[in-house]
Design a protein around this ligand. Structure first.
Ligand code: GDD
Ligand code: MN
Length: 376
């Protein structure tokens, strides 16, 4: 596979010669792309010097410190444009040792994403202060739990991508600037059904220079994980359910409000009034759900209305049944009874409408296998 190793640099001049030696010693056949953010220590000048004699070295020089995430995005774009089939992410400071590359690239033959992992059997960290280990481990656990990801080393930056797995991801939508980029990319890998393999690595803390980790980068990762969740496939039905319930609350106000007016002020029969209030709420809910909750799940409006009405009629059956049970038999105040009814009927209505009335026609939701992905 035609391989590109992308290495973001910010003030890494000191360690770069050693890195180049280690890369050459690893025996991996790959081109290198350094993405430098105008490092004050002159990292870019050194790399440019190498270029004179080493045609496999490439350099993207950017105007200033624009962040790790955007450095990788620029690197990925360059690599995909130039037809590389394997794209590797790696830190410059030798924390990610090139000795692991042959195995990682061998595993990549099957496609997907290969993660150099500290938190899988055989992996680990050397010379990191406890505080930093806690941040890293805690960060991985935090993101894993919230996003429901299987990868163990979510924050790690030593990863090899098959170009197809990268092309399946909409890179224009990646928003992270800092180290949360690593989490966001792995989240996207799972979202797009890429196969993810973790290969154990020992991460050795840098011997020279300084980490660019900062409070700001840490905080960005904390809140960005939640934005990733809002955007994820996992959350989509939940988002709809929340909208459906909001519509339900509006419908319930109409239902209950009109019922109370008819019963208390007009002195109509409770059952007749209940039927009228039901129809008012039904019509309100149908339109709000059609044009808001399920607006992406479209079909002929008449068919939908009939289906919605059938489901609502069954809901109405439940409505009267529970009303009878609670008011006539259990002697509960009818207003309380209606609130209980609202909850029960909400679940029935949402399920039936989501999977029947507004069911997406002819589109198979992405499976997690990723074996038949199409390029975009
Ligand atoms: N171009 C560019 N721009 N490069 C950057 C920037 C930036 O804004 N910020 C950091 N880098 C480069 C560094 O020069 C280095 O090559 C690499 O990104 C990693 O930066 P470090 O500062 O050495 O990161 P770390 O050791 O604190 O963090 C490591 O662990 C994190 C948590 O697991 C890295 O592996 C991170 O990728 C990882 O998220
Ligand atoms: Mn480092």
């Amino acid at each position: 596979m035609k391989t590109l190793i992308i290495i973001p640099t910010y003030n890494e001049r000191q360690v770069l010669p050693q890195l180049l030696l280690a890369l050459e010693a690893s025996g991996v056949e790959a081109d290198l792309l350094f993405v430098d953010d105008n490092s004050p220590d002159g990292s870019a000048e050194l790399i440019a010097d190498w270029q004179a004699t080493k045609p496999f070295i490439h350099l993207l020089s950017r105007s200033g410190k624009l962040g790790l995430g955007s450095a990788y995005l620029a690197g990925f774009a360059w690599g995909l444009e130039h037809g590389y089939e394997a794209l590797v992410q790696m830190d410059a400071d030798l924390s990610h040792h090139p000795e692991y590359l042959p195995l990682m690239l061998a595993k990549l033959e099957e496609g997907g994403l290969v993660v150099g992992s500290r938190y899988t059997e055989g992996g680990g960290v050397e010379n990191w202060p406890l505080s930093r280990q806690l941040v890293s481990r805690g960060g991985s656990l935090y993101a894993r739990t919230i996003l429901g990801l299987k990868t163990r080393d979510l924050t790690g930056g030593f990863n090899a991508w098959h170009h197809q797995a990268l092309r399946n991801i909409d890179l224009a939508k990646i928003k992270s600037n800092g180290y949360s980029f690593q989490i966001e990319m792995k989240h996207q890998a799972q979202q797009t059904g890429a196969k993810v393999i973790e290969v154990p690595i020992i991460f050795r803390e840098r011997a020279s220079g300084q980490s660019k980790m900062s409070k700001r980068i840490f905080l960005e990762a904390m809140w960005r994980v939640w934005l990733m969740l809002l955007d994820s496939r996992r959350f989509r039905p939940m988002k709809k359910f929340i909208k459906f319930c909001l519509v339900g609350v509006i419908g319930l106000s109409i239902d209950l409000g009109s019922l109370v007016i008819m019963v208390e002020y007009l002195h109509w029969n409770l059952y007749a009034a209940n039927l009228i209030s039901f129809v008012l709420a039904l019509t309100n809910n149908f339109y709000l759900n059609k044009y808001w909750t399920f607006r992406d799940q479209n079909a002929a409006i008449l068919v939908q209305y009939v289906k919605f009405a059938i489901i609502s009629l069954i809901g109405l059956g439940l409505n009267f049944l529970i009303l009878y049970l609670l008011v006539d038999l259990a002697h509960l105040w009818y207003v309380y009874a209606k609130l209980i009814i609202a909850v029960v009927v909400a679940f029935w209505n949402f399920g039936a409408n989501h999977w029947w009335t507004f069911k997406v026609q002819g589109v198979v939701e992405n499976s997690a296998s990723g074996s038949c992905k199409q390029s975009q």
